[in-house]
Ligand binder design. Structure first.
Ligand code: CAA
Length: 259
């Protein structure tokens, strides 16, 4: 499959990497790019060999937002009829394998929202996050007003959304938006290292872990705990649980078969 707005490759036979690639527009996210991203993510998700996916951008920009030149002339009728920003932006929610955002440079507007749709964010020390839509007369439209408060709390989310200011990598780590910050020249290695660790585990338990953590954002505590416990119970039906525990007890490396 060849793409025009993204680059796709695999590492170690088990990590899928998607690089957003519209360098002249700081990876602004237009329809064509989001269609391609969705296709690439679903292809990696369906590939048995792939255990983890990374989405990244360039050193200067993860993505500077939805493409303003594409949407500047849209009317309400245009955006309402095509359910603008939902159709091809939500594909990522169907991906069951972990998706890491490796963010360098600008992650603004839809770029910040795309990073937050990933399972966790590893940031380079030059990363800048923001929801500056207020500056162009709109508000975040791809989940920013919902996922940012979940990640950083109300006060900081309101500050970011209402003033449009950017948050640097250090502030983002303190606030809990990103899981790690590394020097910019180490970002690719750090993300790949994390992805290879994840891809080395049983895919079944990895997918169950992702599903269960995500449930924390969709349900109350009692329902979430029950969901977790039932998934935990179900993993005792897998060969990988027997293998993982036997390997631990016999002081050897596990050989997971994703079964
Ligand atoms: N859409 C379209 N083009 C964009 C863009 C965007 N979101 N962001 C940057 N570009 C383009 C610029 O127009 C410029 O193109 P030309 O060279 O043809 O003029 C090129 O990328 C380089 O950008 P700058 O010259 O502006 O680069 P800079 O280093 O001076 O500034 C920046 C970088 C601060 C990120 C600035 O480009 C900027 O503020 N971009 C817009 C950020 C923004 O408002 N994002 C939110 C978009 S709305 C949204 O995302 C809605 C949603 O919730 C989904």
């Amino acid at each position: 499959m060849s793409y025009e707005n993204i680059q796709v490759r695999t590492e170690g036979g088990k990590v899928g990497i998607v690089t957003l690639h519209r360098p002249k527009a700081l990876n602004a996210l237009n329809d064509a790019l989001m269609d391609e991203l969705g296709q690439a993510l679903m292809a990696f998700d369906a590939d048995e060999a792939i255990g983890c996916i990374i989405i990244t951008g360039s050193e200067k920009a993860f993505a500077a937002g939805a493409d303003i030149s594409a949407m500047a002339k849209y009317s309400f009728q245009d955006v309402y009829k095509k359910n603008f920003i939902s159709r091809n932006w939500e594909t990522i929610r169907q991906v069951r394998k972990p998706v890491i955002a490796a963010v360098s440079g600008f992650a603004l507007g839809g770029g910040c929202e795309l990073a937050m749709m990933c399972d966790f964010i590893i940031a380079a020390d030059n990363a800048k996050f923001g929801q500056p839509e207020i500056k162009i007369g709109v508000i975040p439209g791809a989940g920013g007003t919902q996922r940012l408060p979940l990640a950083v709390g109300k006060s900081k989310a309101m500050d970011m959304t209402l003033t449009g200011r950017m948050m640097d990598a250090q502030e983002a780590e303190r606030a809990g938006l990103v899981s790690r910050v590394v020097p910019v020249d180490k970002l690719a290695d750090e993300a790949l290292g994390a992805a290879l660790v994840i891809a080395g585990y049983s895919q079944i338990s990895v997918m169950a872990a992702k599903e269960s953590v995500n449930r924390a954002f969709e349900s109350g505590l009692s329902d979430g705990l029950l969901f977790e416990r039932r998934l935990f119970h179900s993993l005792f039906a897998t060969a990988d649980q027997k293998e993982g525990m036997d390997a631990f007890l016999n002081k050897r490396a596990p050989d997971f078969k994703n079964a």
